[in-house]
Design a protein around this ligand. Structure first.
Ligand code: S3P
Ligand code: PEP
Length: 409
């Protein structure tokens, strides 16, 4: 589905409800499979959470998790430690290009039985679930935090818990802390000091409810919209927490530089445009703790005709697509002066945005959603707009409710 979006309204007051964080949801779903006394409130309605929930119910045969990175990594650990499970775990073509060797090697150190179906180091993989007794494992922490979270999530269900020794510079740290916080909430004892993480075993759990906070990465698109609107615009998002487990809640700080103020009214998060941004602003950020908002921020800067220097982007090349090359190509089509390396992005301030340009989305939900706010400046076309369902199936409907005109092409 290719669409054309346009918005003539640049000042409004609106309310949007976003469903639960997909990161928190996929963790809670795995924990519920291990501890059936758990119930979950405000689950994400994302495709990634749907495939995660379905995958957890299967004990033999093939599980296809499509594009869902967390589901791929979390289910690898889940099946590996589930005695009797015999699974081939696979995904989309892109998933077969996203590395998994660090996690597979770590699980093999613990005694797991996993083999590669095609290419060494990449899905699909064949897993024969076994009882795991060993508890010490060393793994690289500089490629993806998802490998670490996968091990931590199954750790309390293992006879002797786990002691992880992390090597290299730890990336996407807030996601590791999110995993540990959720375990702590259930009463699991954990410890994270320097490069060592310890998780103690937990046999049973009394009935307990986990309430998922709404998704901050999805909120980023509204930050961008408010930033591109006139002073006086407010969008209210529900339902959020001041003490979030999600690293992307750093949006509150980051978007101050874009003239957007965040405030809470109970569990409502209010985003208000309070001042215009001066044209000589250059945004300097290290996003190694919040990689999923890099596309949103780069496009916000372009839409506001300001520059940015973004670093800490080393994980972007192995996400749904190579996000650095995708940003370079698509912002370039719109007239941006952009350059990228393997871990940085540099955008120079330019004043014009070419109208009616078709943005390719590369099977990446965040490419579609990050570019949509530019419709406040010029009519824009988005190819394969349905990709948004990976994390935010209602995105276009919600944009429509803000007054964006969306036409199928
Ligand atoms: O653990 C998680 O829920 C996630 C961790 C991050 O991945 P990396 O650690 O690979 O950067 C993030 O980009 C992804 O969207 C979700
Ligand atoms: C990188 C992402 O997801 P995953 O790695 O879980 O596919 C994302 O949602 O931006």
């Amino acid at each position: 589905m290719n669409i054309r979006i346009q918005s003539n309204q640049t000042k409004f007051q609106k309310q949007i409800t976003i469903t639960g964080s997909k990161s928190e949801s996929n963790r809670c779903l795995l924990l519920r499979a291990l501890y059936p006394g758990l119930t979950i409130e405000n689950l994400s309605n994302s495709d990634d959470s749907v495939v995660m929930e379905k995958g957890l119910e299967i004990t033999s045969g093939t599980v296809d998790i499509h594009h869902a990175g967390t589901a791929m990594r979390f289910l690898t650990a889940f099946f590996a430690v589930k005695p009797g499970a015999e699974i081939i775990l696979t995904g989309s073509k892109r998933m077969t290009e996203r590395p998994i060797e660090i996690l597979v090697d770590a699980l093999r150190q613990l005694g797991a039985e996993i083999s590669y179906e095609n290419n060494q180091g990449y899905p699909p993989i064949k897993i024969k679930g076994k009882q795991i007794i060993q508890n010490k494992v060393t793994l690289a922490a500089n490629i993806s935090s998802q490998y670490i979270s996968a091990l931590l999530l199954v750790a309390p269900s293992l006879e002797n818990g786990l002691i992880l020794q992390l090597e290299g510079k730890i990336t996407s740290v807030p996601y590791i802390r999110m995993t540990l916080s959720l375990l702590e909430e259930l009463g699991v004892q954990t410890n994270f000091e320097a490069n060592t993480i310890t998780v103690k075993p937990l046999d049973d759990l009394p009935m307990q409810q986990l309430v998922v906070e709404s998704d901050w990465s999805s909120a980023s698109y509204y930050y961008s919209i408010v930033a591109l609107c006139e002073v006086g615009t407010t969008i209210t998002l529900s339902s959020y927490k001041q003490n979030s487990l999600q690293g992307d809640s750093v949006l509150q700080e980051i978007y101050k530089e874009f003239g957007v103020e965040s405030s809470f009214k109970g569990h409502d998060l209010l985003l208000s445009k309070v001042k215009d941004v001066s044209k000589d602003t250059v945004i300097n950020l290290d996003l190694s703790n919040a990689p999923d908002i890099a596309q949103t921020i780069a496009v916000s800067c372009f839409g506001l005709s300001i520059g940015c220097e973004l670093k800490g982007l080393h994980t972007l090349k192995i996400k749904e697509t190579d996000r650095l090359e995708a940003l370079k190509a698509e912002l370039g089509k719109l007239g941006a002066d952009i350059s990228v390396t393997d871990k940085t992005l540099s955008l120079k301030a330019t004043s014009e945005i070419k109208p009616e340009v078709a943005i390719d989305t590369y099977d990446d939900h965040r490419m579609a959603m990050a570019f949509a706010p530019l419709a406040l400046k010029v009519p824009i076309l988005i190819n394969d707009a349905e990709v948004v369902s990976k994390s935010y199936p209602d995105f276009w409907k919600d944009l429509n409710s803000l007054g964006f005109q969306i036409e199928d092409l």
